[in-house]
Design a protein. Structure first.
Length: 67
């Protein structure tokens, strides 16, 4: 299974830089970069924190797909 993410899409719609999102969720910018590129699976807490920033659900931001 592969994790598909819409974090970049939501971040760009909100007009946030990667560093700004990272600061809001208490993560490193590099974490956001890897997350957006599909090279990092977030913890449940991080996923929930990101969803809260965008006023959406974790399921809207992340989904597992068959690879």
């Amino acid at each position: 299974m592969a994790l598909k993410t819409k974090v970049k899409e939501f971040r760009e719609k909100a007009g946030l830089k990667q560093s700004e999102l990272a600061e809001l969720v208490h993560a490193r910018r590099e974490t956001i970069v890897h997350l957006e590129n599909g090279r990092y699976n977030p913890s449940l807490k991080l996923a929930m924190d990101i969803a809260k920033v965008f006023h959406t659900s974790v399921e809207e931001l992340f989904e597992f797909t068959e690879s």
